[in-house]
Design a protein around this ligand. Structure first.
Ligand SMILES: Cc1ncc(COP(=O)(O)O)c(C=O)c1O
Length: 404
């Protein structure tokens, strides 16, 4: 009998893939689809970054690089954490990876295995628990709550620790909630993790997309308390509108970075030489583009949230970071109508041709995630269609023509 390896038994594909495929089918059939599900900037990659890539090709930088990445880029990553948080990082403590995703994957595979528990949080990015499972370890998920703005609380994370806890993976700013973890809360988690000899992995994919003035030097908090058990995963994807280039990085103790490098050397090898040159330009070139995109996401956040909450049955906290609205649609759901947010997302797609991510994808039923990385005109159109659907559901309690 043909069968897959056991490690795949509990792992599914990324939930976004299904939505994107359904939306593509509608588009091919001629429908005007409003896409609010995408997790990538609608901005083009900044011109000076794209120029650096073209130049890299013209100058013949089209061969393998060192597996761990170009020395100049590793040095630039080290300086980046100096500039952002005042950290002193050496080149040997950095690794260039295919996005933040591979930085985390290398680290999870290097640090965790069967019998280990790894704490993470929900609502959260689904890849984290899946990576932990792929490593053969057990994810332990701690819940954050809407009435607290989805703030990650130290007491909840610490309460989940057991003698088998080997690590904690924290994503801040958080996809999908936009919550930015409080420095004091992280400090309390770090004290406990360090006393237990557990690791903290910090997913900083959205670190440059923060809209609050509250201090959020989370890497500094960890470096001050447990530098030898801290791993940072960063990325050019969201800050520099470079999702397709696949360039991120890991920062951590040199022995763990060496282990991550070994994992990478037997899987993908170096990140594309051209992408590395582009990322180098992104990190070392003018940073005004980051500030401009951040200001625009913030503007969209405020606009879209204002549009959305004119509807009395939709609630949404103000996200402090990332580029998503995480909308509480609980008031639209009922046992004899549309029962779940997954069903609602499907009806929204089928009837109104709007794509969103259902909260179920983030282990958070009852919510929809709307991406602010879509143009304001798209956001306005998508929200108007969501309102229209909500009004109709309120009128009939049921959806005509759907049997629901
Ligand atoms: C929370 C979070 N972490 C990490 C990533 C990885 O992004 P990339 O691999 O493009 O750097 C994503 C992408 O959506 C994300 O949402």
């Amino acid at each position: 009998m043909r069968r897959l390896a056991d490690r795949l038994s509990a792992v599914g594909p990324s939930p976004a893939l299904k939505t994107v495929a359904a939306a593509d089918a509608l588009k091919r059939a001629g429908a005007e689809v409003v896409d609010l599900c995408v997790g990538e900037p609608d901005f083009p990659t900044p011109a000076h970054v794209a120029d650096a890539a073209r130049e890299a090709i013209d100058r013949g930088f089209t061969k393998y690089t060192a597996n761990a990445g170009l020395r100049e880029l590793r040095a630039a990553v080290a300086r980046h954490y100096g500039a952002l948080y005042g950290l002193e990082v050496s080149e040997a403590e950095t690794l260039i990876t295919a996005g933040g995703k591979q930085a985390l994957f290398n680290a999870v595979l290097s640090l965790f295995g069967p019998g280990d528990e790894v704490i993470t949080h929900s609502p959260g990015w689904p890849t984290i628990p899946e990576q932990v499972r792929l490593a053969g370890a057990t994810p332990v998920v701690v819940r954050a709550h809407a009435d607290e703005g989805f703030a990650l609380r130290a007491d909840a994370l610490v309460a989940a620790m057991t003698p088998r806890t080997r690590g904690v993976v924290i994503n801040s700013p958080c996809n999908p909630t936009g919550a930015v973890m409080d420095e004091h809360e992280l400090a309390a988690v770090a004290e406990e993790a360090s006393a237990r000899g557990a690791w903290i992995l910090l997913d900083l994919c959205y670190e440059q997309l923060v809209y609050t003035d509250r201090p959020h030097a989370l890497p500094r908090v960890l470096f001050d308390r447990m530098r030898d058990r801290t791993l940072l995963a960063g990325s050019a994807s969201k800050s520099y509108a470079m999702t397709g280039w696949r360039c991120g990085w890991a920062v951590g103790p040199s022995d763990v970075i060496a282990a991550c490098n070994a994992v990478q050397s037997h899987s993908t090898s170096n990140v594309s030489s051209i992408s590395q040159h582009a990322a180098l330009a992104a990190l070392t070139g003018p940073q005004a583009c980051v500030a401009e995109m951040r200001a625009e996401y913030r503007r969209r956040r405020d606009l879209a949230r204002a549009w959305l909450t004119t509807h009395p049955r939709l609630r949404c906290a103000v996200p402090d970071g990332a580029f998503y609205l995480f909308v509480d649609v609980g008031d639209l759901l009922s046992p004899d109508g549309v029962r779940t947010s997954a069903e609602l997302a499907q009806v929204l797609l089928d009837e109104q041709h709007v794509t969103v991510m259902a909260g179920e994808a983030f282990d958070a039923p009852g919510f929809l995630r709307l991406s602010l990385a879509s143009a304001p005109s798209q956001l306005q159109a998508g929200i108007a269609r969501l309102h229209a659907l909500a009004d109709r559901m309120a009128q009939d309690g049921r959806l005509p023509g759907t049997g629901r």
